[in-house]
Design a protein around this ligand. Structure first.
Ligand SMILES: Cc1cc2nc3c(=O)[nH]c(=O)nc-3n(C[C@H](O)[C@H](O)[C@H](O)COP(=O)(O)OP(=O)(O)OC[C@H]3O[C@@H](n4cnc5c(N)ncnc54)[C@H](O)[C@@H]3O)c2cc1C
Ligand code: SF4
Length: 293
């Protein structure tokens, strides 16, 4: 089963992993899960900004397609069709470039094709979804209902993103701590045993793919002001504040646990965490595929 938490949340005590755990214990959800077996675990950030957040799609030698570009239709949580369609448009542009002997320029035909595509039309109709939902579940549901169900997405207004998700956390002092129930080991589980089932693997001698711009910031700002939000928003328990009774210690980064969801890159309030693709990406993908097929 899957569960989505909007990363524009404001309370630094919120833990997406534990919200998921709590969701599983709701009587209407629990009844489907009881007696089942946990077989796998994963997490990823959904690029939900849609049409209003699309980056430049092409650069010399490359193109952004699918969710990498942000083509997901967040109002339907559907993006496979968009990934396939954008991949086809990029492939056709690449084919034409090769046919005409062009090898190093940007595939400008791809964004042009997107502008005329049904995908652009679909994303245009859904363009305000995320922005309405960020105004609260009630306002969002009413306005998205009016826009999408009543008017078929054909509305004259367009909302605009005013802030990034890393800017929404409020200082911990003004927020209510959230106490989550402990896992029972049957229906709900802890993070580390879940990570074990994620099939991710990092070679022990590879350089850390998670580093800090300033090692003092986690303690001086993130812990002091936001109660160490990274210890909660990471769904893999990568960030741990190990503070001794004498006040020494600091943030420990268990990079080998990372499931590459990229939440820390998005939500870190100080944007101090530097996330880069780990080594062995293709190797990892092959290993995961071998395990399943
Ligand atoms: C919970 C959830 C439910 C969803 N439900 C639906 C649904 O019902 N219908 C629907 O259409 N869409 C759904 N989506 C969206 C859909 O999954 C995505 O839009 C779609 O998978 C995007 O395809 P993609 O190829 O662009 O990216 P992905 O499917 O994310 O593929 C990217 C691939 O690149 C690999 N990769 C990443 N980094 C590296 C690296 N460094 N080296 C090598 N490989 C790397 C990843 O392992 C991954 O396999 C859902 C998404 C989520 C999170
Ligand atoms: S370290 Fe960052 S990318 Fe890795 S699992 Fe945690 S939040 Fe996701």
């Amino acid at each position: 089963m899957g569960f989505v938490v909007g990363l524009g949340y404001t309370n630094p005590f919120l833990s997406p992993f534990e919200e998921f755990r709590r969701y599983k214990t709701h009587p209407e959800i629990r009844k489907f899960l009881e007696g089942g077996k946990r077989v796998s675990y994963g997490a990823r950030a959904i690029a939900a900004g849609g049409l209003m957040s699309l980056p430049k799609l092409v650069f010399p030698g490359g193109a952004l397609i699918g969710c990498e570009a942000g083509f997901l239709n967040a109002s339907r949580i559907k993006g496979s069709h968009a990934a396939i369609s954008s991949g086809m448009m990029a492939a056709e542009a690449a084919f034409n470039a090769l046919q005409s002997g062009r090898q190093r320029d940007a595939l400008t035909e791809y964004p042009k094709a997107f502008e005329k595509s049904w995908l652009k039309e679909e994303l245009h109709r859904a363009r305000n979804f995320k922005l309405w939902m960020s105004k609260g579940i009630l306002a969002g549901t009413v306005m998205v209902g009016i826009e999408q169900k009543l008017l078929g997405g054909r509305v004259p207004w367009t909302l605009h993103h005013r802030h990034s998700d890393n800017e929404t956390l409020k200082p911990a002092t003004g927020c209510k701590p959230i106490v989550y129930p402990k896992p029972d080991g049957k229906l709900t589980f802890d993070r580390l045993s879940s990570v074990f089932l994620s099939n991710t693997n990092h070679e022990e001698n590879q350089p850390a793919h998670l580093t800090l711009k300033d090692p003092a910031v986690p303690l001086n700002v993130n812990l002091a002001k936001y109660a160490g939000a990274e210890a909660r928003f990471c769904p893999a328990g990568v960030y741990e504040f190990a503070i001794k009774s004498d006040g020494s210690g600091g943030l420990v980064i268990n990079a080998q646990n990372c499931v590459h969801c990229k939440t820390c890159d998005i939500k870190d309030p100080t944007q101090n965490i530097v996330w880069v693709a780990p080594e062995g990406g293709v190797d990892q993908t092959i290993r995961i595929c071998r395990r399943f097929f």
